[in-house]
Write a protein that binds this ligand. Sequence first.
Ligand code: ZN
Length: 157
Amino acid sequence: MRVGFGFDVHQLKEGREFWLGGVLIPAEKGILGHSDADVLLHAISDAILGALALGDIGIHFPDTSSDNKGLDSTIILKKSIDLAREKGYKLGNLDSTVVCEKPKIMPHALAMRTRIAEICEVDLSDISIKATTNEKLGFIGREEGIVAHAVVMMVKA
Ligand SMILES: [Zn+2]
C-alpha cells in the first residue's frame, strides 16, 4: 500500500463557474484558474500522483499550455488514475476536506462522491468528502479563496 497527500488553493472570483468534485455548484463567486479550477479534483489528483512519486499535476498538465485552458478537471483525475494503474496501483480509499465560507458544500457531497467514485472505478463507500469553514479567518474567511486537502491510500491492483 502507498499513501499520498494533496493540497490545492484557488482564488474566488465573480463571473466564474464553481466546479467542485466534478459537479457544478450554484454560487455567487466562482473559482479562478487556468483549467475549470476544480480545487478538490486537483488536490485528489495530486494525492494520487504523490502516492506513487509521479510528481504533481503541474508537471502533467502545465498551466502554461493553451491545451489546458478551461480544461475539465475530471480529465486530470482520470489521467492520474491511469498513471497509477500503469504502476500497478488502484485507489483503495480517499478522504478529503474542502475549506471555504460559501457556498455550503455538504448538500453537494453525495453528487461529488458519486462522480469521483465513477471516475476512479471504486465504490461510493471508498470516497469521503468533508467540508468546513475557516471561521471567517484569513483569505478563506474573507471569501477570497478556497482550499482542498486530500489523502489517498493506493493499493496493488
Ligand atoms: Zn488547482
